[in-house]
Design a protein around this ligand. Structure first.
Ligand SMILES: Nc1ncnc2c1ncn2[C@@H]1O[C@H](COP(=O)(O)OP(=O)(O)OP(=O)(O)O)[C@@H](O)[C@H]1O
Ligand SMILES: [Mg+2]
Length: 321
């Protein structure tokens, strides 16, 4: 449903994305994960025909996003990063306006409006002026707008940004339920989001795709060490150094509040040795447990490695949109 081949985008001489290949099959829900400035929004704006690629091709539902953009855009519901909602319009007014832009008939508009208002939990705010809504509700209006014309493909740029924890759960569930009928690509830098919502994750960093798999396979693939988490009541200044000096220990990462993550060689179970060592130093062992690797660890590991030389001017900071 979504297919990019060698997608590359320069802003001036700054290369924002390089050689991006993405395939998303029908009905898939894929997370597009990357740190700030990785190129997520850029890729999505190309897919939605807001900006042209500098090189490479992209098709959505079989339609080229450059040469056949009218048709490809018809197939897409897009939630942009910064929602360009009309703040002085009422919710229903705005949705009717969007329906008009998309050439939807009266009957269809009425039916779909009821559906999206209900689906996005907006029925009770249907007559509110958008500018008076909370951020979370404005985000829902953005989603409602994306769903309005019943597009087969949803491209959602950070759909849960700015929502409170309850709303995040609601929107996640909403997206999951949508994934049954739609193909969904959502960007996020929130890892649990990708892990909980998506069947497959594509990780982008410095404009290049660096990994692509199920969340489970990614964590398994990257596992280079066993990690043990310990919590100490009274850690001394030299805990990190003394632990690192242990022959079985590969690395020690202090996590604050007396928590240390200790990487040991794969296959070695040195919990007993570590417990004995820590107790012997009188650091007050409160907890010791093996740590499952999370997608967060994978992400951190992949995105803090030496970046490929994508761009001479590659800044970490977020550029003007
Ligand atoms: N309109 C623009 N003009 C110039 N440079 C831009 C423009 N838009 C983005 N960039 C640059 O392109 C790179 C990728 O930006 P992009 O917005 O795609 O990242 P992102 O992954 O969406 O980041 P975030 O998580 O912060 O939203 C960044 O280095 C950014 O500064
Ligand atoms: Mg972005």
């Amino acid at each position: 449903m979504i297919r990019c081949e060698g997608l590359t985008k320069y802003y001036g001489n700054h290369q924002a994305i390089a050689d991006v290949d993405i395939h998303v099959g029908e009905g898939e829900i894929v997370g597009f994960l990357g740190p700030n400035a990785a190129g997520k929004t850029t890729t999505m704006r190309i897919l939605t025909s807001f900006i042209p690629p500098s090189a490479g091709t992209a098709t959505v539902a079989g339609h080229d996003v450059v040469t056949d953009s009218l048709e490809s855009r018809r197939a897409i519901g897009y939630l942009p990063e910064t929602s360009s909602l009309y703040r002085d319009m009422r919710v229903t007014q705005f949705l009717r306006f969007c329906a008009g832009l998309r050439g939807m008939g009266r009957q269809e508009t009425r039916e779909r409006m009821d559906y999206v208002l209900d689906t996005c939990g907006l029925s009770h705010r249907a007559d509110s002026i958008i500018g008076t809504l909370s951020l979370g509700y404005r985000q829902r209006v953005g989603l409602a707008q994306a769903l309005l014309h019943e597009p087969p493909v949803l491209i959602l740029d950070e759909p849960t940004v700015g929502l409170d924890p309850n709303q995040i759960i609601e929107v996640r569930n909403l997206i999951k339920s949508l994934a049954k009928k739609h193909t969904v690509m959502l960007s996020t830098h929130i890892l649990p989001e990708a892990q909980m919502t998506c069947e497959r994750v594509i990780i982008i960093n410095h404009g290049r795709i660096i990994a692509e798999d199920t969340p489970e396979a990614l964590t398994a693939q990257i596992r280079e060490a066993e990690t043990i988490s310990i919590t100490l009541a009274s850690p001394g200044d030299s805990v990190e150094r003394q632990l690192t000096d242990m022959s079985e220990v590969v690395a020690v990462r202090p996590r604050g509040n007396g928590v240390y993550h200790i990487d040991t060689a794969i296959g070695a179970d040195v919990r007993a040795e570590i417990a004995e060592f820590v107790v012997g130093r009188g650091w007050g062992l409160l907890e010791l447990r093996p740590l499952e690797m999370t997608l967060e660890d994978v992400f951190q590991q992949l995105t803090t490695e030496e970046p490929a030389a994508v761009s001479a001017a590659s800044g970490q900071e977020k550029g003007a949109e």
